[in-house]
Design a protein around this ligand. Structure first.
Ligand code: MG
Length: 207
């Protein structure tokens, strides 16, 4: 069951240089922002359903930020004050559809394509040293350090709030490190944000 009810889910693409490179892309000059719909949310233990229309559905382990205070035009130096909690996020992606669509609404937006764990209050987390680990069937496939982000979390929040209001409850997914790979029917995928917690989900093939 999902644990959050955001008005919007704001995501950052290509925010780790090695991940941008593995997809054949460049690191953007400014944060690359896209949305996932709240209807894509699932929680711990819920099934990720791979749509039949896609031949490649990837996991993307990410550090999620939950907003606690409405913010617009917030400078990076004050941005942590907007944050209520952190949460592990799986930004599940239909990679083949992402490659053929100019906009990513479909590739990123299927039902069950945003798995989130239980939010942990920022005050309870050593947020200066964050990392994310992805395991598929127990094997570590991603191991990322937030220090390697192209744009750090305060810079992301400054950028987003320069053009839209972040509302309490909104989720910001801060990008995935290298190591993304396809999921298969029967897999179990777990995203862990070190010091925060994890979200684990079974994968099933949909019709
Ligand atoms: Mg992502």
């Amino acid at each position: 069951m999902k644990t959050i009810s955001p008005s919007k889910i704001v995501c950052v693409g290509r925010n780790y240089a090695k991940h941008a490179a593995e997809l054949g892309g460049e690191v953007p000059d400014e944060p690359l922002i896209f949305f996932k719909p709240p209807s894509s949310l699932i929680g711990e233990g819920d099934a990720i359903v791979m749509p039949a229309i896609s031949q490649r559905v990837d996991f993307e382990g990410e550090i999620g930020v939950i907003i606690g205070k409405r913010g617009r035009n917030v400078p990076a130096s004050e941005a942590w004050a907007l944050v209520e909690s952190l949460v592990p996020v799986n930004d599940i992606t239909a990679r083949d559809l992402q490659r053929i669509d100019d906009q990513w609404a479909r590739a990123k937006g299927f039902d069950t394509f945003c798995a989130v764990g239980t939010p942990v209050p920022l005050a309870d987390v050593a947020h200066s040293t964050l990392g994310v680990i992805t395991r598929v069937n127990g094997e570590v496939l991603q191991e990322g350090d937030a220090a390697d982000m192209v744009f750090d979390i305060p810079t992301i929040l400054e950028y987003i709030t320069s053009f839209m209001t972040l509302e309490p409850g909104d989720l910001v997914a801060t990008g995935t490190p290298e190591g993304v790979a396809p999921l298969h029917d029967g897999d179990v995928v777990e995203i862990e944000v070190v010091g925060v917690g994890s979200v684990k989900n079974p994968v099933v093939q949909g019709g």
